[in-house]
Design a binder for this molecule. Structure first.
Ligand code: PLP
Length: 449
């Protein structure tokens, strides 16, 4: 048994886990992952599980990829960290250049941070200061969506649309203007018709911009799917239409591709599906291949230019953290981009996405499953109480029981509300996709209590 039990005890006692009710933590066989290899995680007893959530949507090429490991070790032989405040180092310089070259053409400058929420915070502050620097301080409102998730820091929660967060932290948040979730609009008001939903959503957006555009700094949207809200894909035309209207009414467009960037959508960036060129783009999660915390906010030329002035005018962007642009993280991110540049990773995606789509069909019509949703190489299967056809009551934790059963069968997933999620590393094989789906099917079907 080695020291597994001691670690479990210390884990419950000392380690306060994120998004976790610590009163229950440990009652349901929590998992201590000791090592990983490729698409598999191993616990202290050497039990192996397929990583069906890519270590929370960030792993890209699998764990312990030889090239990523080597890039990290090589940089470690030079310097682990030195500040980016007014100084520089080769990995960050090269990574900034590479990101500008591969992201939509509007984006010309790269600002680093550590996590997705921060990449969004940076975009919010840049947009706010941009209008101030241009002498239009009245443009200070942010336009956001119901169901949006942009991270959990105070600024990112302000532009998010989760009632739970707004209930708990509402008094800390800045006010925003809100648009409906395009997915909800499509399925609640437009009978599932995507063209009608897009048209209705854009009409609402235009009327807000017409009336209040003079007070709005930016519109923020996720990259084609509301991921954390439950994989709610936008009907086509939302992003492109939003860009057109934002340009017309002089409002910045911020696209948050923290979840959708780096291949998740089937293209390197989801913006590419509709040739969208935002003013600001937030990246995180897959940027370092899932290795280390590094995030980036890419900015258009006009945004960057608004911050240029003689030093004494205080127009510089007042933001930066101790570990901003950490050299180890940047070195791994560069190698991650080198792997993408070779082409095979993206070329293999259409087949994997089709395989996932085909495999998901077996869930539809089951009494214990709701309507399956998919966006590229990410999917969610709603768990339903076959007795009532509705979701189980919040707090029943039936979803957790399903994921525990799946883990016992060798597949590691995590619930997202009432959803069982499939967000594997892009390196997942066709056979592994089949395994994930058949295990989840068995684990969910077994759950008919
Ligand atoms: C995960 C996520 C974030 C937050 O990223 P963190 O690294 O967890 O701070 C922001 N936006 C989207 C769309 C995300 O999926």
């Amino acid at each position: 048994m080695r020291d597994t039990e001691t670690l479990h005890a210390w884990d419950r006692r000392y380690f306060w886990h994120p998004f976790t009710q610590m009163q229950d933590y440990g009652d349901d066989d929590p998992w201590i992952i000791e090592r990983a290899e490729g698409n598999y995680l191993y616990d202290m007893e050497g039990r192996r599980c397929l990583d069906a959530i890519a270590s929370l949507w960030c792993n890209v090429h699998g764990h312990r990829h030889p090239r990523l490991d080597a890039a990290l070790v090589e940089q470690l032989g030079k310097v682990a960290h030195s500040t980016a405040l007014g100084a520089s180092h080769p990995p960050a310089i090269r990574l900034a250049k590479a990101l500008v070259e591969i992201t939509p053409a509007s984006l010309r400058h790269c600002f680093f941070s550590e996590d997705g929420a921060e990449a969004v915070e940076v975009a919010i502050k840049m947009a706010a200061q941009y209008w101030g620097n241009l002498g239009r301080p009245e443009k200070r409102l942010f336009l956001t969506l119901d169901n949006a998730y942009h991270g959990d820091t105070v600024g990112a929660v302000s532009v998010g649309g989760f009632p739970l967060f707004h209930g708990i932290y509402g008094h800390l948040l800045f006010p925003t203007l809100r648009l409906p979730s395009p997915y909800v609009l499509q399925w609640d008001a437009c009978s599932g018709n995507p063209e009608r939903a897009t048209a209705a959503w854009l009409t609402t957006l235009e009327s807000i911009l017409k009336n209040q555009g003079g007070e709005i700094a930016a519109l923020i949207l996720e990259g084609g799917v509301q991921g954390a809200a439950g994989m709610l894909p936008f009907p086509p035309g939302i992003l492109a239409g939003a860009q057109r209207l934002c340009q017309t009414y002089e409002v910045l467009l911020i696209v948050d591709e923290v979840a959708t960037g780096f291949g998740r959508s089937g293209k390197l960036f989801a913006c590419e599906w509709e040739s969208v060129e935002p003013d600001l783009l937030a990246l995180g999660k897959g940027l370092s291949g899932g290795y280390l915390p590094v995030a980036a906010t890419l900015a258009a030329e006009h945004v960057f230019a608004a911050f240029l002035a003689p030093f004494g005018e205080s127009r510089q962007f007042y933001y930066g953290h101790t570990y901003t642009a950490n050299p180890l993280a940047c070195a791994v991110a560069l190698e991650n981009l080198a792997l993408f540049a070779e082409g095979a990773v993206l070329a293999a995606l259409p087949d994997k996405i089709a395989r996932l789509q085909a495999g998901l069909r077996r869930f539809s019509g089951q009494s214990w499953a709701g309507e399956v949703r998919q966006f590229g190489l990410m999917a969610a299967i709603p768990l339903r109480d076959p007795g009532t056809g509705a979701a189980y009551a919040y707090g029943d934790r039936v979803e957790y029981a399903v994921c525990r059963r799946a883990r016992a069968m060798g597949v590691y997933s995590r619930p997202l509300g009432d959803l069982i999620t499939v967000v594997p590393p892009l390196s997942v094989t066709a056979t592994e996709i089949d395994t994930i789906l058949s295990v989840l099917y068995a684990a969910m079907a077994e759950g008919r209590y």
